[in-house]
Design a protein around this ligand. Structure first.
Ligand SMILES: Cc1cc2nc3c(=O)[nH]c(=O)nc-3n(C[C@H](O)[C@H](O)[C@H](O)COP(=O)(O)OP(=O)(O)OC[C@H]3O[C@@H](n4cnc5c(N)ncnc54)[C@H](O)[C@@H]3O)c2cc1C
Length: 314
């Protein structure tokens, strides 16, 4: 968000009180500024609504819901769809607890082929399909996979270079994300940044909150810090995963902890669902009994985690 005052080469440049670049969580700021009667410009290189609305959260959930139903009634095989996952690292979901990643792999391996520790080096068009060349990182052996379609899901990277933010004096970090302080101020006065552009927690619920904080700080002298204490995330895999706070490994570094685990089957509903493997894991500070982290794998995990968020850190 910035106030533009400079004129370009011989062009007349309109002046606004607030310029918002990006119409995802940026819309929160547009709304705030308009409600204050300010002159606002919204600039977006793509369709209105940003990633979440157009290609992210919303459309992916439209696919996940029917995919879940198909998996539940085990029709994937009947439909004759063969899926292969090729993963460079040793774990499928490396930011989750190792035992959660392991259970996910075991469960998914019942429905598809999974190759971990396998680095893809080449993809070739092969008639109507593709040939993918990979190498097993442990034994060094080359592997070949063929498929009709490929989905590349290797992560996200900054596109701050497109905007050439350095021309404004706004600094980026070594990964190319816009640097901000606790108040979401960039290195340049009167420019704030938020959401995926700052590369912290790349979720829509975080971006929305950051937008509120940035907007508040831009119009008040009493600034507030962006607080990242209890940020949940979910993996809409089958089984589902949800998590909030620290992992056991992270917590151990700074706290004396106790770890508790409970299987879904420990309660009657879980038993009735025949959920023998699904579980929840709590990481608690020994002295205060504060919940530092909570991790769930199993049905409705993203809904169940909300119960923990309300008490997280208390
Ligand atoms: C497939 C997928 C599924 C996802 N599912 C979830 C989910 O379930 N839950 C969740 O919380 N998050 C999810 N996310 C992440 C979520 O979409 C993002 O964290 C969120 O949209 C970030 O909001 P933002 O406003 O920072 O960025 P965006 O929503 O990406 O908005 C940025 C806007 O800026 C515009 N822009 C970029 N560069 C320029 C430029 N140089 N000039 C002008 N305009 C520019 C873009 O066109 C875009 O409209 C998902 C993401 C993906 C890709």
């Amino acid at each position: 968000m910035s106030a533009l005052t400079k004129k370009g080469k011989g062009e007349s440049m309109k002046e606004y009180d607030v310029v918002v670049i990006g119409s995802g969580a940026g819309m929160v700021i547009v709304e705030g500024a308009l409600s204050q009667g300010l002159r606002v410009a919204l600039v977006d290189k793509g369709p209105l609504g940003g990633t979440c609305l157009n290609v992210g959260c919303i459309p992916s959930k439209m696919l996940i819901y029917p995919a879940d139903r198909i998996a539940e009634i085990q029709e994937a095989k009947k439909l004759g769809i063969d899926v292969t996952i090729v993963q460079r690292r040793d774990r499928l979901v490396r930011n989750e607890e190792p035992e959660i990643s392991e259970l996910l792999k075991r469960e998914m391996a019942k429905r598809m082929k999974i190759y971990t520790n396998t680095e893809v080096s080449e993809v070739k068009k092969n008639g109507d399909g593709y040939t993918i060349i990979g190498r097993d990182k442990i034994i060094g052996e080359e592997k070949e996979f063929t498929a009709e379609h490929i989905m590349i899901a290797t992560g996200r990277k900054s596109n701050a270079d497109l905007l050439k933010v350095e021309n404004t004096g706004v600094e980026t970090d070594e990964r190319g994300y816009v640097k901000v302080n606790d108040y979401l101020e960039t290195s340049k006065e009167n420019i704030w940044a938020l959401g995926d552009a700052i590369g912290k927690y790349m979720f829509r619920h975080v971006a929305n909150h950051e937008a509120l904080v940035a907007w508040h700080n831009s119009i008040h002298t009493e600034e507030v810090k962006m607080e990242y204490r209890a940020i949940p995330h979910a993996v809409f895999s089958h089984p589902q995963i949800a998590s909030v706070g620290l992992t056991e490994e992270q917590a151990k570094k700074d706290y004396d902890i106790v770890v508790g685990k409970a299987n879904y089957s420990a309660v009657a509903k879980g038993e009735a669902m025949m959920e023998t493997e699904s579980f929840a894991k709590a990481i608690v500070e020994k002295s205060s009994m504060k919940i530092l982290g909570f991790h769930i794998i199993g049905p409705y995990a993203p809904i169940l985690i909300q119960e923990v968020i309300t008490t997280h850190g208390k």
